[in-house]
Design a protein. Structure first.
Length: 82
């Protein structure tokens, strides 16, 4: 699982901890795509209306797989201090 999370982190896909409403997934995806969190959330809702169901499965999976931004910052500081 750590390999998947590190691959997401290398690509810039991290859950936002400061802009999160539910899990930070939309804010993290929005940051990666250069969108504001509200635009990313709006696109998520629009996609939910156009393609019902799939986002309800994808969001929890991304919540579990995407690393949290604050956990990566803490890990970076811990490895740098050693």
């Amino acid at each position: 699982m750590n390999d998947i999370r590190s691959a997401f982190a290398r690509q810039g896909l991290m859950r936002s901890s400061d802009r999160a409403i539910l899990g930070g997934v939309c804010a993290g995806i929005g940051r990666r795509l250069g969108l504001t969190p509200w635009v990313a959330r709006l696109l998520f809702v629009v996609l939910l209306m156009v393609l019902p169901g799939s986002q309800l499965l994808i969001y929890p999976v991304l919540w579990f797989v995407m690393p949290a931004e604050d956990s990566l910052v803490a890990a970076t500081h811990a490895t740098r201090d050693q």
